[in-house]
Design a protein around this ligand. Structure first.
Ligand code: C2E
Ligand code: MG
Ligand code: MG
Ligand code: MG
Length: 284
């Protein structure tokens, strides 16, 4: 306001176009889901720290927009969450992930991200049952990843949904551990099978002793609780060595592999070679 009327108008204009962009993205995402166009599921291996065997692969959704090209999940997942499309998107990924995983010769598990917005509504267990029945995947080959923010708010209903997933036979994983408020208290709320230490601690572990200490403490905690600990975002051999030394059970990151399409999707993805698929940048 102090800057004068012109600035205020510019601001309003920008707000308006941002709202419009959100509306457009929502409509386009809906159309993509209706037509099953441009949506892919990529997979990134999670490796046992000792044996270097692939124990699981994380399913990561990708969207190629008709005119905008690849849109990052960091942009469109929140749009899906805000518009009520997330339940359908979640069911799509879960279904695809289970169908893909039954094809894997190594019998690795498949890890599927479930948004906080999908939880606490009694919809998770039916979605899991549907996907398992359609694919024939054994329930113990499925992992459900939830972030710490899922445990805020409707706690009782969320825990009910997680318990149902566990009762079906899936593993329940706490994702991005350490980024939320009161991370430790979340371990008391639900007996998670696995904890994924957020990549931000892992990536700085080599150059910052405090980050290395956090990773070590979580790895120790996991051992005492009998819970698997995964270090995510491991990019370099130096980070890998550091993470191994502190005793994390499993490792995920560019040092082993980036998320990639299935063999069946690879040709379709390669044909969309207008620009690179969005991947979080390695840290410098
Ligand atoms: P997330 O579940 O924590 O997934 C890990 C993210 O780290 C992925 O980003 C992955 O590509 C990236 N990553 C893996 N290794 C490295 C590494 O070594 N270095 C760096 N810099 N990054 C690495 P992506 O695929 O862009 O997904 C971002 C987030 O979007 C995910 O974080 C998850 O919260 C959400 N997301 C992705 N797919 C889905 C989905 O199907 N459903 C829901 N609800 N959320 C999803
Ligand atoms: Mg995840
Ligand atoms: Mg994560
Ligand atoms: Mg994340």
């Amino acid at each position: 306001k102090g800057a004068g009327k012109g600035i205020a108008c510019l601001f309003e204009h920008e707000m308006e176009s941002r709202v419009q962009a959100h509306v457009d993205l929502e409509a386009d995402l809906r159309a993509a889901m209706d037509g099953d166009e441009g949506l892919f599921v990529f997979y990134q291996p999670i490796v046992d720290a000792a044996s270097e065997q692939v124990t699981a692969r994380e399913a990561l959704v990708r969207w190629h927009h008709g005119t905008r090209g690849w849109v990052s999940p960091a942009e469109f997942v929140p749009v899906a969450e805000a518009s009520g499309l997330i339940d359908r998107l979640g069911a799509f990924v879960l279904d695809r992930a289970c169908r893909d995983a039954v094809q894997w010769a190594d019998q690795a598990r498949v890890a599927v991200n479930v948004s906080a917005v999908q939880l606490g509504k009694g919809l998770l267990a039916p979605a899991i049952r549907t996907a398992l029945a359609a694919s024939g995947l054994a329930p113990n080959r499925l992992e459900i990843e939830v972030t710490e923010t899922a445990l805020l708010g409707e706690e009782g209903a969320v825990i009910h949904d997680l318990r149902e997933a566990r009762d079906i036979g899936a593993r329940v994983v706490l994702d991005d551990f350490g980024t939320g408020y009161s991370s430790l208290s979340h371990l008391r709320i639900f007996p998670f099978d696995k904890i994924k230490i957020d990549g931000s601690f892992v990536r700085d572990a080599v150059k910052r002793p405090d980050c290395a200490a956090v990773v070590r403490a979580v790895a120790d905690l996991g051992r005492r609780l009998g819970v698997t600990t995964v270090a995510e975002g491991v990019e370099t051999p130096a980070q890998l060595e550091c993470i191994r030394a502190v005793g994390c059970t499993e490792i995920q990151g560019y040092v082993y592999a980036r998320p990639a399409p299935t063999a069946g999707d690879a040709a379709r993805v390669a044909a969309l070679n207008d620009e690179p698929v969005p991947m979080p940048e390695p840290s410098r």
